[in-house]
Ligand binder design. Structure first.
Ligand SMILES: [Zn+2]
Length: 435
């Protein structure tokens, strides 16, 4: 395990009481700022003023903000500053219609790079590191977010952007690159090409900083073995700032949230009530210090859980668990919340099966039944019934451990689950609409 770095130790080890004092002061200031500078918020907060916010918990008086609110006010309607004070624009890709646009003031860029610097130092990165950024540069916040944070701590940045994998690997060898910033899936792709070329022993990689898409622990283990490095996960989204909201320290027991800049809550995505500490639900984040496009109680749609215990690294900042899934994808089966991503993380641990699966939900005698159809990776096991049954039982057991409900597992032949050009149809819900 790399040695622990404590960056800005005085801030990251504050007592819970002190953290809440800072959050309260900033929250009250933010409410006034939003009312004064953003007409959208002035209307929404008509009956709320900073005087009404007496404790951090009083944030519950403030309505939620959603991605639709940003879209409806496209492109700059939620900005808290005129464009002359905005020094950078980013946008997240909209799968349908207009993207969501975010703007940064000079102060925002400074805060952003500070937040990223903290997280990457917590992940073990130092000024001696040479880091290749294989995120695509552009309107997407990932690449530039990591870029400025890494430069801030004095690491050497190699902005290769994504793609051209052969060249990425050549530069890794020639520059003696020690760290890789990328999505987990691109890291896995690089690992596969490295294995084909047989050059793993010529590389100097020690650290992987992964983000922008979910990554199960099983998948992370596979990437770590393939690239021979120590991988950490970080979290963020452009509506909040970009990467820099939270990230793993070297103990990897949840991603530390930069709580002096981001106030996090967990809500029930159905009832919208705030859940008690430790419960799993949708993450809602308020940006306490952002000027360009301040966000009050932004619904991330990401499902996680927050722990407020002090971490083994000494940091007191709360830690959020890996994202379990999106609240939009959540399935309720026999009263239990199930996410397709949980099932995926189990399936990826088995080499004998392909990444294609389908969940079929039915209801008999008012009981929900879940069938997980899994494709075999090839035909090698087809005639071997003992091995097939053995594999099926193992998958069933692992699923039960993770989902806490039992399911029926069916193994089907390779390529028998229909492929679609767009998003795969993973869920077939035949429960007649009553959920
Ligand atoms: Zn920690």
């Amino acid at each position: 395990m790399p040695k622990v770095n404590i960056y800005q130790k005085d801030i990251e080890t504050l007592s819970r009481q002190k953290i809440e004092e800072i959050q309260l002061e900033r929250l009250r200031h933010l409410v006034d700022y939003c009312k004064k500078n953003v007409p959208f918020y002035a209307k929404r907060l008509e009956n709320i003023s900073s005087e009404k916010i007496k404790t951090v918990k009083d944030i519950e008086y403030i309505p939620y903000t959603t991605k639709e609110d940003i879209r409806d006010n496209y492109p700059f309607g939620l900005f808290g500053k005129p464009l002359k004070d905005i020094v950078r624009l980013h946008a997240s890709s909209g799968t349908t219609g207009k993207p969501t646009v975010v703007g940064y003031t000079k102060n925002d860029l400074d805060m952003w790079s500070d937040c990223v610097a903290r997280l990457i130092m917590a992940a073990g990165v130092t000024e001696d590191d040479i880091i290749q950024i294989a995120f695509s540069y552009g309107l997407f916040t990932g690449a530039l977010g990591l870029h400025y944070g890494l430069e801030k701590i004095g690491a050497t940045v190699v902005p290769t952007s994504s793609g051209n994998t052969e060249k990425q690997i050549m530069l890794m060898q020639d520059f003696k690159t020690t760290g890789l910033v990328s999505t987990p899936s691109y890291a896995q792709h690089i690992a596969e090409i490295i294995a084909e070329k047989g050059v793993l022993n010529k590389l100097n990689l020690t650290t992987g900083l992964f983000g922008s898409e979910g990554c199960s622990e099983e998948f992370r283990d596979r990437i770590e073995a393939g690239l021979n490095l120590f991988a950490t996960d970080n979290y963020g989204m452009s509506e909040l700032i970009g990467p820099g909201v939270s990230g793993d320290c070297v103990y990897r027991k949840g991603m530390h949230i930069n709580e002096d800049h981001f106030l996090a809550e967990i809500i029930d995505p159905k009832t919208l009530e705030v859940l008690p500490q430790g419960e799993t639900g949708e993450l809602v984040v308020t940006t306490l210090t952002k000027e360009g496009i301040p966000m009050l109680r932004y619904r991330t749609k990401d499902i996680t859980q927050i722990s407020y215990d002090i971490c083994d690294c000494g940091r007191t900042f709360a830690r959020m668990a890996k994202i379990k899934g999106r609240s939009d994808d959540m399935l309720k089966i026999r009263g239990v919340n199930v996410f397709p991503s949980q099932i995926e993380s189990v399936l990826i641990g088995f080499e004998q099966i392909s990444p294609n699966y389908q969940l079929v939900l039915t209801r008999t005698h008012s009981t929900d039944e879940l069938e997980v159809k899994v494709e075999l990776a090839d035909g090698s096991l087809l005639e071997n019934y003992t091995a097939l049954e053995d594999l099926r039982v193992k998958i069933k057991k692992s699923l039960k451990n993770v989902l806490e409900i039992s399911s029926k597992v069916s193994l089907v032949e390779y390529r028998s689950i229909e492929r679609t050009a767009g998003k795969a149809q993973r869920i077939v819900d035949l429960r007649n609409g009553e959920k």
